[in-house]
Design a protein around this ligand. Structure first.
Ligand code: MLT
Ligand code: MN
Ligand code: ZN
Length: 295
């Protein structure tokens, strides 16, 4: 299996258009590498690809990835896009993939409902770009020899769908992880996750590669950086640090462990900071745009 990181950042990217935080300033100055918004491409043969989510940066991500370029006059090696939630950073890129070339969009009924409810997505011609629903735990085969199994992880509805009350750790069809298998290797992709209960940790015990939600270091990263008051918990993202954080909760997992969907305010992006050192001591890596990971 080939796993290509198209984008490693959370919503907004690095630098984010309106942000002058230390990380964004350093990225503009070339001191740390910029990151586009989170998406991964998977292939078995290097010829056909599945994208996990379609980020607003997808046009630049395809341009930066020769394996995703058209092989003919009007063509794409992208066979499918699989959605893990309906957040803007995961669906807005679909609007770039119009222009009459076919592929399949996969998602839960709940996630696909967001596309149904927003007529702008009708720019994707349904006769060429079918929307195929899957149930939780229903394995799909978007490419020969590649299976994906969706499973619920704690999360919340997309920001723009929030009502007066919002369940922050809902288990259902609105936020999913994907178990990806080619008969040899097993990869888990979980770019958004609000908590790590025992049943979820147990499910990850036998994976070779784990790509996991790296949005925030502490629940209050935004307050600490002076960029806002919103907490990780309110955004539906658990912290890396702390007893209930991903470093501690996923310590029993022996897989190669890589953070993705890293927010521009996360202090782990500072290469010489204590948070990065703690992350590396715990055996984790941070995904980089353009990185190819062999599970
Ligand atoms: C998130 O991951 O929390 C969302 O992408 C936030 C957003 O919609 O901007
Ligand atoms: Mn996001
Ligand atoms: Zn910033």
């Amino acid at each position: 299996m080939i796993v290509k990181v198209l984008g490693a950042a959370a919503g907004g990217g690095l630098p984010q258009w309106n942000c002058g935080c230390r990380n964004c300033t350093d990225a503009r100055a070339g001191r740390i590498a910029p990151m586009t918004q989170s998406s991964v491409a998977i292939s078995v043969d290097g010829a056909s690809w599945v994208l996990l989510n379609a980020s607003p940066d997808i046009r630049a991500q395809i341009q930066a990835t020769p394996a995703l370029h058209p092989r003919g006059l009007r063509d794409t090696p992208i066979a499918a896009v699989v959605l893990t939630n309906a957040d803007v950073d995961h669906i807005a890129g679909l609007l770039t993939l119009r222009e009459k070339t076919g592929f399949t969009v996969f998602g839960t009924a709940d996630i696909l409902q967001t596309l149904e409810a927003n007529r702008i997505f009708d720019v994707m011609d349904r006769t060429l770009i079918p929307r195929t629903g899957f149930a939780l735990e229903q394995t799909i085969t978007p490419l020969p020899d590649l299976t994906l199994t969706p499973f619920a992880v704690p999360g919340k509805v997309a920001l723009f769908l929030e009502g007066e009350t919002v369940g922050l750790q809902e288990i259902g069809e609105q936020t999913i992880g994907l178990m990806i298998e080619d008969g040899r290797r097993k990869v888990a992709y979980i770019p958004g996750c609000a908590a790590l209960p025992d049943w979820l940790v147990d499910r990850l015990r036998d994976v070779d590669l784990l790509l996991f939600d790296g949005t925030v270091w502490e629940n209050d990263d935004m307050a600490r950086t002076g960029t806002g008051e919103k907490t990780g918990a309110r955004m539906g993202h658990l912290p890396m640090q702390g007893d209930m954080g991903s470093l501690a909760r996923l310590a029993p997992i022996n897989a190669r462990k890589v953070f993705i969907h890293v927010n521009n305010t996360n202090p782990v992006l500072q290469p010489d900071g204590p948070e990065r050192a703690a992350l590396m001591r715990a055996g984790w890596e941070i995904a980089r745009d353009g990185q190819e990971i062999t599970p």
